[in-house]
Ligand binder design. Structure first.
Ligand code: 0L1
Ligand code: MG
Length: 264
């Protein structure tokens, strides 16, 4: 798919998204101004957004892919996975407190995260290559926050908004992929001690490593590769759960331990 946006529009839209992310304010869908905007345009805005954050001192530490499970696709009514970048300032330690007011309408989702020890590149990256290049996996909770009203968006607009990336917490136990059946890991997410969602990792494109391969192939389409030493989240196993100040979240992963945080 081709670019329809001019360079100056890409820069202006990236600035608009960055401002909305920083101030936790809703903005109109970018496709309201540019109805012909394509997925390629969305990634061009995301690339410019990333360039801006790095210029302002944020360090790129990895990537995420979202909309990888049926539950998430149905929840958002968007049926194609989308990727986003992760910077060091989005990371929060395990058991930390996260300020809910710094976001518009945060939601949490539990994901298997991969840390790579070799670079991966497309266009035909596959599950086996991902597993061979993985140093270890660990459990993570992604906190997403759409900068669009009521979490309603189209694919180019959400990609430009860095696929709703906001915060993430990794923790639990790091494990080698060869010691696990990564496809059948069960997950339970609790809010204030109550189970609010359950799932199994096969919900993520049949196998979380498949999602990472998909991410690598999307990166390739943008002329990029996944660097060795990247932290990469493979997508929510269940639908995303809304959270608010006062909520205590614990995600329990079979074989990988648990990840907790509190919203204040
Ligand atoms: O990580 C995710 O699944 C987010 C992808 C973008 C759509 C959303 O905000 O749910
Ligand atoms: Mg996610």
């Amino acid at each position: 798919m081709s670019l329809t946006l001019q360079k100056e529009d890409i820069i202006r839209l990236a600035e608009r998204v960055a401002e909305a992310q920083t101030t936790a304010h809703v903005i109109p869908l970018l496709t309201e101004e540019f109805p012909a905007m394509t997925v390629a345009d969305g990634y061009a805005v995301q690339q410019e957004l990333r360039r801006g954050w790095v210029v302002r001192g944020n360090r790129l530490i990895g990537w995420k892919i979202g909309l990888t499970s049926k539950a998430k696709m149905q929840q958002m009514n968007v049926y194609e996975p989308a990727i986003g970048f992760l910077t060091h300032d989005m990371a929060r330690p395990e058991n930390s407190t996260i300020v809910a007011a710094g976001m518009i309408h945060p939601r949490v989702e539990c994901e298997v995260a991969f840390v790579t020890r070799q670079a991966l590149r497309g266009p035909d990256c596959n599950r086996a290559q991902v597993l061979a290049a993985t140093d270890f996996v660990l459990p993570a909770v992604e906190v997403i926050d759409s900068r669009y009203a009521a979490y309603k968006f189209d694919l180019p607009s959400v990609i430009a908004d860095n696929s709703s990336s906001a915060r993430f917490v990794a923790g639990g136990r790091a494990r080698n992929t060869s010691d696990l059946d990564l496809r059948t890991l069960g997950v339970v997410i609790e809010i204030n001690g109550e189970i609010v969602a359950t799932g199994a990792s096969a919900a993520v494109l049949d196998h979380p490593a498949e999602a990472i391969a998909r991410l690598v192939n999307i990166l390739h389409a943008q002329g990029e590769e996944l660097a060795a030493g990247s932290f990469v989240m493979s997508g929510g196993i269940t639908e995303a759960i809304p959270v608010k100040a006062g909520d205590h979240v614990t995600a329990r992963f079979q074989e990988l331990g648990s990840v907790s945080m509190r919203f204040i």
